[in-house]
Design a binder for this molecule. Sequence first.
Ligand SMILES: [Zn+2]
Length: 285
Amino acid sequence: MRENNASFNEKTGRLFELIAKAKNCAALTGAGVSTLSGIRDFRGKNGLYKEMDAEKIFDIDYFDKDPSFYYKASRDFIYNLKEKEASIVHLTLGRLEEAGYLKGVITQNIDLLHQKGGSKRVIEIHGSPSVHFCRRCSNRAEVEDLSAAKAGISGGRPDLMSFEQAVEIIAQGELPKCGKCGAVLKPAITFFGEGLPARALRDAETLAGNADLLLVLGTSLTVYPAAGVPEITLRKGGKIVIVNNMATPLDRYAELCFDDLETLFSSIGEQFERFFHSCQGTFGA
Ligand SMILES: [Zn+2]
């Protein structure tokens, strides 16, 4: 543990101050935020990758061989968004953004829970299942732009499908297919063997570079590109606060470190409303 109760309260107060004073606060989130919503960490102790064949789920060569494997395997952790609840972290970040205290969220997660929690600006640096596209007929750059812009897919595009459309088809035991060539569509999630989404990376770099405060939540900062995001903020003179259940390589550069996301955000959820109400009168409005 990095803190006892007394210092926890003191540190929470300090965090309030940092957020209230920041002009450009942003957040970076990883698997630790998703696990609060009951989503299994891929790499953690009970991680999905420990199970047989799990690495194949997001392997692009395997997807080309047998796309049905991805859809079967991911059905109960990607396409069941309706059954998942946004956690206290997702909800608090959504409310902070709504109240003008957060500019956006950069996330490694592919579960769409920040959107469900009310966040408007979500930059998904491992891609997103919000768009499904055809590997033959679709233009990858356009797909990444659409997915990054959360623009939604207008009608008349047989090679593209929204998350919601894909959910319906998968629920019927079918595979989402290209209306042009019949190939199975792929989600715009970045698979192993694929390049990272260029537009999302650029957006993340801009947001992190402009941030005078970056909240680093539930990521061990060992996997790039996420690991590089706080480095951008630090290089530009911004501060970082780290909340993670394990030490990270950047702890010593952090203004504050906390261990437990749920404890901290439960406390924040209760206290922020009062805090901002008393000093700004806007939070939770
Ligand atoms: Zn096609």
